[in-house]
Design a protein around this ligand. Structure first.
Ligand code: ADP
Length: 255
């Protein structure tokens, strides 16, 4: 059962797509302030979990609570208002907007959906909002992106684009940040920088759940790790604990 202090509580969640059981009776809780790793072979249900927690998918069964409030099947914007932000495996930046403009769109919390904010941006609704511009510049500095403020995302190195994606998620001032394979495609130095960024995000009081295949990063970054296989949790513990469990090793060798 969820306890006080759990920022995220997933209780008995299943998600079925016609014949596919993407998640089967998944229960996990993440205490406030933790960095939780989610690992498992491809197709084991990791992204489906994020899609359920961020409101993109309605669970077939089970409950989701954020900071003690039931948010089961809430719409994505409601979850965003409740403090849930996420990144995507495939970057979802607005390609026609600069880095700074991407942050400005994300910073406005008065509109419901990202696409609605984007449309209003296009007609120039907040181009003159000084407070938002100030906030955007603070985030650019915080994430080491000031030099790229006026670039289009597509013109930037891939590692910088990934960082912009994280910065954009943080623009919503989340309490819970879901990162979907943030190190994919990054080189060693970029992975080290990413780890520093995630630690600083946690240091600012944000709880982080990260799906990641880079085991070196998982081992060094995460307080606890939850291992998925075939839509179920097969192990949960500290990185050192789960790394030596035979069924975990087997799940990976079978991938
Ligand atoms: P992972 O993130 O661990 O690679 P996913 O959560 O993406 O795994 O997928 C788990 C299973 O659910 C896979 O068999 C996948 O094909 C299926 N699945 C995920 N999303 C959908 C969807 N929208 N429609 C049908 N099947 C889906």
């Amino acid at each position: 059962a969820p306890e006080d202090g759990d920022l995220l509580a997933v209780d008995g969640v299943s998600k079925h797509f016609r014949g596919v059981k993407a998640l089967q009776d998944v229960t996990l809780t993440v205490p406030a302030g933790q960095i939780r790793g989610i690992v498992g072979p491809n197709g084991s249900g990791k992204t489906t979990l994020f899609n359920v927690v961020s409101g993109l998918y309605k669970p077939t069964a089970g409950r989701v609570a954020v900071a003690g409030r039931d948010m089961t099947a809430a719409r994505p914007y409601r979850l965003a208002q409740a403090g849930v932000a996420r990144t995507f495996q495939n970057l979802r930046l607005f390609r026609a907007l600069t880095v700074r403009e991407n942050l400005l769109v994300a910073l406005d919390r008065t509109r419901t959906s990202g696409i609605w904010r984007y449309a209003l941006w296009q007609v120039g609704v907040w181009r003159h909002d000084r407070a938002l511009r100030h906030e955007a510049d603070a985030i650019l500095t915080r994430f080491g992106l000031a030099d790229f403020a006026h670039s289009l995302p597509g013109a930037l190195p891939y590692g910088i684009q990934r960082r912009v994606e994280v910065a954009r998620a943080m623009a919503a001032s989340p309490r819970l940040l879901l990162l979907d394979e943030p190190a994919a495609g990054l080189n060693g130095e970029e992975v080290r920088q990413l780890a520093e960024i995630v630690r600083s995000i946690r240091g600012a009081g944000v709880t982080v759940v990260v799906i990641e295949h880079n085991m070196g990063l998982v081992m060094s970054l995460c307080d606890r790790v939850t291992v998925f296989a075939n839509g179920r949790i097969i192990a949960d513990g500290t990185p050192a604990e789960v790394a030596v469990q035979p069924d975990v090793v087997e799940a990976y060798l079978g991938d």
